[in-house]
Design a protein around this ligand. Sequence first.
Ligand code: NAP
Length: 470
Amino acid sequence: MDAAFVETIGTPGIDGREVAALPVPEAYRAAVLLAEEQEMFDGIPNADRMPTKSLHVREVPTPEPGPDEVLVAVMASAVNYNTVWSALFAPVPTFAFLRRYGRTGGLAARHDQPWHVIGSDLAGVVLRTGSGVRRWAPGDRVVAHCLNVELEEPEGHDDTMLDPAQRIWGYETNYGGLAELALVKANQLMPKAGHLSWEEAASPGLVNSTAYRQLVSRNGAAMKQGDNVLIWGAAGGLGSYATQYVLNGGGNPICVVSNEARGRVCREMGAEAIIDRGADGYRFWRDEFTQDPREWRRFGQRIRDLTGGEDPDIVFEHPGQETFGASVYVARRGGTIVTCASTSGYTHQFDNRYLWMNVKRIIGSHFANYREASLANRLVVRGKIHPTLSRSYRLDLVGRAVEDVHRNRHQGKVGVLCLAPAEGQGVDDPELRARHEPAINRFQDDASSLPGQPGHSEIDGGPRSSTQIR
Ligand code: NAP
């Protein structure tokens, strides 16, 4: 993108009229998957598929925003696990979603392309608004949540997640956030936190909103003060926000992690009960088909040792197949298992006697409605929930960024700089930042926390400071 364009867009306090006067580039650079390559990993197990092979940075034509849409100049984005699924073409290639969406007709047809611009988070500046947009204007500094919803049917009007035409932007739609420009619906936008840099602001969106609905909202587990909450992957994307919500809400997080450094970052957030699943070596499965209830009991006993004999009121689930049997077992009588994913496999097996005899509940939860996303974002804006960004990559190295998340080599979130020329830019409220600086930087990269990491030197020639990017 033209340097003058980037400078104008990034100017603090820029007059919106100057942004509106900028010519819209005809094309822009984006992280894309190619339809012609969607079978490239057929027959290869997910663990051996490589996002560095399937992801490309290419120019794509700029779409014209429809009446309810906004074109955003993207300063930074973030990697989500859906980016991993997209880049692995698993469980299905995302081109099937684009085709289905395109078939609904009208402007949706633009989404069905032989390339897919992926990415479900952004922080940036409004460049153009569609004719029907009232709330946002060129020059506004924004973040976007990833719920794309049509709301033409009655079903979605109590809770937009129930709309039959509900899609995840940048996964089930085109023109996602891992790019220099992005197309969103106006009702995806939310104010950017002034005290955060572009890449910090881009990182909470998807996981923060998801954790909010899953744990705090009445649509999820409706956590209350004093609850014991077992959090799988507590130093990962979702878990790092779940841990903050439990602490903010007066609960007691029991954080499961796979190494000591991840336990340390959970302690730094304020958690006291940590389970290192790597050190404890739980084997919930004896073989491919058989679970081991003795291991569930050992895990449950470990939880009781940490809570003074209490069982979790809520289990925050997402690993799925590998842990679900244990999660159902350890939840307290009357407790809730709330799940939003199945990273290790989506055919769950559990002993139903423990569920029904002890009157436990399983709740399915998916992303968040606009209200939930904006309540979650409001907490970020006010400095009550902090980003958990550990490192950032330039857009041209997006494949490596996604590879890190695929290999569980990251903590918290991995950022991607799109138009932002360097880390640390975009801060408008240095005073609020100064009050929260240690918390904002808590997840900044620490080589010792990255098991299996080939070493920073391999990527960027030596240990990095917080201002270096890859
Ligand atoms: P992430 O950043 O990779 O974090 C997941 C954490 O889970 C890892 O840090 C890891 O921590 C732990 N983990 C991984 N495999 C595990 C296993 N087999 N057993 C126990 N723990 C395991 O990913 P994320 O962003 O949190 O997303 C997690 C899942 O949720 C993904 O499948 C994603 O697609 C899904 N998700 C769904 C929604 C939705 O709206 N439905 C939204 C966001 C994410 P340790 O190794 O330290 O234990």
